[in-house]
Each structure stands twice: as C-alpha cells, then as structure tokens.
Ligand binder design. Structure first.
Ligand code: SF4
Length: 210
C-alpha cells in the first residue's frame, strides 16, 4: 500500500514531467497503456533501480505487470493454500482474475528471473523495513517507518534532487530521525530485528547531506 509520502512522490514526478499521476503510476507498475517513450521518461526521472530490477522478468514476458509475477510466485509454493491481494481499482481485479483464471505455476527459468530481480532490489535497499509499524508510536515522535521509506527510495531510485526536495520541504521536521532518544523500545518489538537506532542516525546524516 502506498504511504502518504509515496503519493507525494508520484505527484512530484507527474508535475515535473507534465503528465498525469495515473500515467506515472502506470509507468511504474507496468499496468495499463503507457508508451515506451513515456515509461522511459518516468524512469529517467526517478532513477534506474526499479527498471533494472524488472529487466529479467520483462525479458521473459514483456507484457506482464509486477502483480502476476508476485502472485504466481507465492501461489506456486505447494504449502500455500490462500493468496491475498489488496486491490484498489477494477483493472487490478481484472489482472488478478486473469492470473488465477488460467493459473500457470512458475517454471525453473521464471524462478531464476525472480531471484535475479530480488537480488537487484536487495542491493538497492538501505534497510529491510516492511512498514509494519509495530515500532510505533515512538515516544519521541519519530515516524520510524516513514524515515526508512524515504531512505529506501533514495537507495532504490537514486534521484537525489527529488529526495532532497521531499526530505527538506515535505517531511515534517518533528518526525525526523534526529529526534531519536535511543531508548530502544522500537528494536525490542521489530520483527525484522533491525538496528533501528543506528540506522536512524545514519539516514539523518545521509539525507541532510544530499
Ligand atoms: S517494527 Fe521494524 S519492520 Fe516494522 S515498521 Fe518498525 S522498523 Fe520497520
């Protein structure tokens, strides 16, 4: 699910390129009609991380969006009995019905492409925060997952100008990592066992120095 700051980013890209937010969203997700020229402009603006990550999947099936790959990968595990998918638009429902109406288990070649894509994504991500928000609320007011989200976007897309703008102009100062008091309650409940306190200090320095 997109957070409030993800929506801001889509709006920023749309404004910068003078195209609609829907077009930006379609270009990123691979769903819906978007010309290759427009898709290239969007990825040029936001950076190449996600485009490069999907390259092994596009090579096997240029028309498939990310959702069928994800759903087929999950459903191809023999112990998985139910797959849940969050949907917010009718074309997403159509996409999912097409995936499961004619279900094809993953082949070995497809699983290898998924592993390649996952390796690229992992290499770009700064920290493996899933956004579960179990660490919230922070007693110091720090929005821990949103700090990690913007840091990960920097790693994923590499667009320093867009991230600097978002960090300085749109991210509330009171929720920034700098207010961390190093109490550590967050780390005790984080299911990913993340080094939250040290990571907050690191990201604050990194984002302040873009
Ligand atoms: S508990 Fe851990 S994984 Fe969940 S939002 Fe907080 S930092 Fe991220």
């Amino acid at each position: 699910m997109a957070g409030k700051r993800d929506e801001v980013t889509i709006a920023e890209v749309a404004e910068a390129l003078n195209i609609s937010k829907t077009t930006v969203s379609r270009a990123i997700s691979g769903k819906g009609r978007v010309s290759e020229a427009t898709r290239a402009r969007v990825f040029d603006y936001i950076g190449k991380g996600r485009q490069d990550a999907a390259a092994p999947l596009r090579a096997l099936d240029p028309a498939a969006s990310a959702a069928p790959w994800a759903l087929r990968w999950v459903a191809s595990h023999k112990n998985v009995k139910v797959v849940l998918s969050g949907m917010s638009a009718e074309d997403q429902l159509d996409d999912n019905l097409a995936t499961f109406g004619d279900f094809r288990p993953m082949t070995d070649a497809e699983n290898a492409a998924i592993r390649q894509t996952a390796d690229v994504l992992r290499s770009h991500i700064k920290i493996g925060c899933t956004g579960c928000r179990y660490c919230m609320p922070c007693p110091m007011g720090v929005d821990i997952p949103d700090n990690f989200s913007i840091w990960n976007k920097l790693g994923m897309f590499g667009n320093k100008d867009a991230i600097r703008q978002q960090w300085t102009a749109r991210f509330p100062d009171a929720e920034k990592a700098i207010h961390c008091g190093r109490g550590g309650k967050c780390e005790a409940v984080c299911p990913q066992h993340l080094p939250i306190r040290d990571s907050l200090a690191k990201l604050q320095t990194e984002l302040d120095n873009l």
